[in-house]
Design a protein around this ligand. Structure first.
Ligand code: NDP
Length: 298
């Protein structure tokens, strides 16, 4: 079998960024509306700092109003909640994202519940999760939206009846992806750490989504020949080269054993350069959607 098609996250995310930039310019010109995104970062987690910087830079590049609030790791829960409430009431802000995970001692659920569902651009509020599960208009988590864009780039709208297996059931990734696949008329299985014979379950998939957080767990012989594989996992591991590894150098890999999988899958997303790039682009898209809905334009 020929090598799998590599689904290009850079090209697709650039396309979304361009579309968002054009839409923001139009909203400004026609309605005097500048979509605004507020990102809240608590603590000093290095990976979170990289993500937050990228969210700020790309929202500004799209012409949005963009603010980042940095709070110390020992901030009081009440102070964090008060900031979210202030952003809820700020008419210049249409999207609020609190970067997760929060440092120990802070109650993530309470913080997410405080975000106005209309401004919940991460799609984590129970109101948005409920609306998604009922097929109603919702703000949907960004990584699942980006994963569907990548899938449609391969399969077009031809998803009905496909067997989809999602490995992982988190509220941020696994569950909402499964909901979107169901809405697209796939036959969906959600697998998790208690699934019996995971390789056999995966082998049934025309569409295999890996959202586990375990480096290279999904092996090539778990993949049905020709399947479309969306690898959401982002895992930092030591370099394969022992000399570089000894120097402490690390790299990013997905949840799928990528090189062998290339020989079996029909199409696959790389890590890095795949789903991760789509997440930020879809966050900007969600912010524009939120701004339009709040302004009564959609
Ligand atoms: P979570 O840790 O919240 O969830 C992991 C899921 O994987 C759980 O449902 C868990 O099952 C399941 N799981 C764990 N071990 C196994 C196993 N051995 N076999 C089968 N299932 C297993 O992670 P997230 O959903 O937040 O993230 C998943 C991955 O995606 C991570 O690598 C993360 O870095 C990445 N990510 C990437 C993003 C992007 O932009 N590309 C955005 C967000 C996350 P159980 O529920 O039974 O414990």
């Amino acid at each position: 079998m020929s090598q799998a098609r590599i689904i290009d996250g850079k090209a697709l995310s650039d396309r979304i960024q361009d579309e968002v930039t054009a839409e923001v310019a139009k909203l400004k010109a026609e309605h005097g509306l500048t979509p605004g995104l507020a990102v809240v970062l608590v603590g000093e987690d290095p990976a979170s700092q990289v993500y937050v910087r990228s969210k700020g830079e790309r929202s500004k590049a799209a012409g949005m109003h963009s603010v980042t609030h940095r709070l110390p790791a020992d901030v009081a829960q009440a102070e964090l909640i008060a900031l979210v409430e202030k952003l809820n009431a700020d008419p210049a802000i249409h999207g609020i994202l609190v970067q997760l995970p929060l440092p120990k001692g802070l109650d993530e659920k309470a913080v997410i519940t405080t975000i106005s569902p209309d401004k919940d651009v991460d799609g984590l509020h129970v109101v948005n999760a409920g609306r998604l599960s009922q097929g109603l208009p919702a703000l949907v988590p960004c990584t699942p939206v980006g994963s569907m864009v990548m899938l449609r780039d391969v399969l077009g709208d031809n998803l009905a009846g496909k067997r989809a297996v999602v490995v992982g059931r988190s509220i941020l990734v696994g569950r909402p992806i499964a909901q979107l696949l169901l809405q697209a008329d796939c036959t969906v299985t959600i697998a998790h750490s208690r699934t019996v014979d995971l390789p056999a379950v995966c082998r049934e998939a025309d569409i295999l989504v890996a959202a586990v957080g375990r480096p290279r767990m999904i092996q090539a012989d778990w993949i049905k020949p020709g399947a479309t594989v969306i690898d959401v996992g982002i895992n930092r591991v030591p370099f394969d080269d022992p000399i570089k590894a000894a120097e402490g150098k690390t790299k990013l890999v997905g949840d799928v054993a990528y090189k062998p999988a290339l020989q079996v899958a029909g199409a696959i997303t790389p890590v890095p350069g795949g789903v991760g790039l789509m997440t930020v682009a879809c966050l900007l898209q969600n912010t524009v959607t939120a701004a339009k809905r709040i302004a009564g334009l959609e």
